[in-house]
Design a protein around this ligand. Structure first.
Ligand SMILES: C[S@@+](CC[C@H](N)C(=O)[O-])C[C@H]1O[C@@H](n2cnc3c(N)ncnc32)[C@H](O)[C@@H]1O
Length: 184
């Protein structure tokens, strides 16, 4: 990871610890795991909470075209850096809960949001909007450091989603797991 990315991340962490809720950007191993289902055939993709762009780079490395990728990032300093790093990618300085207003027919959503630090009503708003923006066969890939799926169970059931765990990524600090949510 470039040291400028780490410096930017740490400065934004000090400004808004709750929104960022991680001690460092995710590892390349976690970035490979959370993007493993993507290919040029996935079609339009959205990313939630890209931060310094570790997952964004991995999404593009999977062959997703820049024009097919939309990023939702609340932090304006991260948005400026993302626009410089990823020309041709749409960067929206707004909450992930607005994805349904901006995107339709998404094949996948990659989420780096710290769901465990969010109130349940915000999690519900984000996932309801995500379901609205997804194709019927689309999937939401969400990582967590916690021991179980990060979306509260009653919200998953209300939205009619199934959830599948991926392998634990031990080399991420802290170790993490990716969960995939799909329409039941
Ligand atoms: C834990 S950091 C993850 C950054 C990066 N994806 C990674 O894994 O290294 C969480 C990111 O989500 C952003 N964020 C927090 N709440 C958000 C929301 N409601 N919508 C979009 N981005 C949000 C923060 O600004 C931060 O960049």
């Amino acid at each position: 990871m470039p040291s400028s990315d780490l410096g930017l991340f740490l400065r934004q962490l000090l400004r808004d610890p709750t929104a960022i809720s991680a001690m460092a950007p995710s590892s390349k191993g976690l970035a490979r795991a959370i993007t493993s289902a993507l290919s040029p055939a996935t079609g339009p993709v959205a990313e939630f909470g890209p931060g310094t762009g570790v997952f964004t780079r991995a999404i593009l490395d999977r062959g997703v075209a820049p024009a097919d990728l939309t990023l939702f990032e609340l932090n304006p300093a991260f948005c400026t850096s993302l626009r410089q790093q990823f020309p041709g990618v749409r960067v929206i300085n707004a909450g992930a809960q607005s994805v349904g207003d901006h995107c339709q027919g998404l094949g996948a959503i990659i989420s780096g949001l710290p769901l465990l630090s969010f109130p349940a009503d915000l999690c519900a708003a984000i996932f309801a909007s995500a379901v609205q923006a997804l194709r019927a066969d689309g999937a939401i890939h969400q990582f967590t450091y916690g021991p179980k799926p990060p979306l509260p169970e009653h919200i998953r059931a209300d939205l009619g989603l199934t959830v599948t765990p991926g392998p634990r990524i031990w080399l991420n600090l802290p170790p993490a797991r990716v969960y995939t949510y799909r329409r039941g």
